[in-house]
Write a protein that binds this ligand. Structure first.
Ligand code: SF4
Ligand code: SF4
Length: 380
């Protein structure tokens, strides 16, 4: 991407900005840093200045553009609904082209090309989460053909803190008698981190491989516990297989009365993951699931649904600036604690990691759980 292409794709968008500032209180990065360049208005102004040849790509521009969570909250607050997130991702493509980008993202691209996962691990180890389960079937949930493919995603496969999510999802599907499979070492990263890194052209081989492997199973549905994989498949993958988030899938199982549940005693609030809620429009299914759990006292966050504040884990920020990511997570935890909930549920392994890591570091007695964990705990 170069400036000529950026002008075509983004100029009309950023030119709509009246500089009113309504987006400022919605941007978690602005709320933490309190500088104009850290705001959506500032990012749009920087983009416009580069397009109009009043500013050059530089390290300062890189800092402004790579410190955005891609959460999309600014668009909701903005009268002309300027898609700052999309503009930022296009800016990143230009910055990569000009050599201004966090060098850690180069490693990420290398790992995805050679190992097909973000962790630079042997891809065959994607099934390590199965060790959390007793009584594994002989096929280890890796069947050649099945009605449903469960796409686990890199973070839940390789980060120990998140491995309880696939273990819980597998338990739920087993309990309900779902004919499902996972792709194991044949599951490759969905490619989403490359969009945040400004290198979307490198996604093609990952997408082609995943589409081919899912097709070989003959599955009619594919289920995701990772909202970013889900969002990426919905937006970029061309397939006639039904794409479902875990919340939608579990809500369907509940409606069909295929889950038998015991009572849990918990006061639970729900954090909408940006890529599931605001960026994909899935707001009600996770709430339906939580409200169906016996013994759960459900309470909303003050900023919920479209207005939900990012946990700090989006847009590759954790990789680029972990300290800033942690400060956003602290802001999130402060909001959660005000509700009086003892548990925050989300439906995303990255939200779980970001919030739980910060809660542990600050010795906060808040339980951070994925929706699948709560459902699995309630299974009779
Ligand atoms: S996408 Fe999120 S982090 Fe980025 S400018 Fe908008 S509100 Fe701020
Ligand atoms: S709310 Fe929209 S129009 Fe107003 S400053 Fe922010 S981006 Fe510009």
């Amino acid at each position: 991407m170069n400036v000529v292409q950026l002008r075509k794709l983004a100029y009309d968008e950023v030119a709509k900005c009246s500089k009113c500032g309504f987006c400022l209180p919605s941007c978690p990065i602005y709320l933490v840093l309190r500088t104009e360049s850290a705001s959506p208005r500032g990012r749009n102004a920087v983009t416009r200045a580069v397009i109009e040849d009043r500013l050059e790509w530089s390290e300062d521009v890189e800092k402004t553009i790579f410190r955005c969570l891609g959460c999309g909250a600014c668009t909701v607050a903005c009268f002309p609904s300027i898609k700052t997130r999309d503009v930022v991702f296009k800016d990143r493509e230009c910055l990569v082209n000009e050599g201004f980008y966090p060098k850690i993202t180069e490693k990420l691209a290398e790992y995805l090309e050679t190992k097909h996962n973000i962790s630079n691990e042997d891809n065959e180890e994607r099934g390590d989460w199965q060790e959390l389960l007793g009584d594994l079937p002989e096929h280890y949930f890796e069947k050649e053909r099945a009605e449903v493919v469960y796409f686990v995603g890199c973070v839940a496969s390789f980060f120990p803190m998140a491995q309880k999510i696939p273990a819980s999802m597998a338990r739920i599907m087993e309990h309900a008698g779902v004919d499902f499979t996972v792709l194991g070492g044949e599951e490759w990263c969905c490619g989403y981190p490359l969009i945040g890194a400004g290198m979307p052209e490198k996604m093609t081989s990952l997408m082609e491989h995943n589409l081919r492997k899912v097709k070989e199973t003959g599955a009619k549905q594919i289920v995701f516990t990772c909202p970013s994989c889900y969002h990426t498949w919905k937006t970029f993958y061309k397939t006639d297989v039904d794409i479902l988030s875990s919340a939608e899938f579990i809500s369907g199982l509940l409606n069909e009365q295929r889950l038998h549940l015991n009572s849990l005693e918990a006061k639970v609030t729900y954090h909408d993951p940006c890529d599931l809620g605001r960026n994909s429009g899935v707001f009600e299914p996770p709430r339906e699931v939580l409200k169906a759990l016996p013994g759960v006292d459900f309470v909303e966050l003050p900023n919920n649904r479209q207005m939900c504040t990012c946990c700090g884990g989006g847009g590759n920020l954790e990789m680029v600036d972990p300290e800033l990511s942690a400060r956003v997570a602290q802001m999130k935890i402060d909001e959660i604690l005000k509700t009086g909930a003892d548990t925050v549920a989300s439906s995303c392994q990255q939200c779980l990691r970001t919030i739980a890591t910060r809660a542990r570091r600050t010795k906060t007695t808040l339980k951070v759980k994925d929706l699948t964990e709560l459902v699995a705990e309630a299974l009779a």
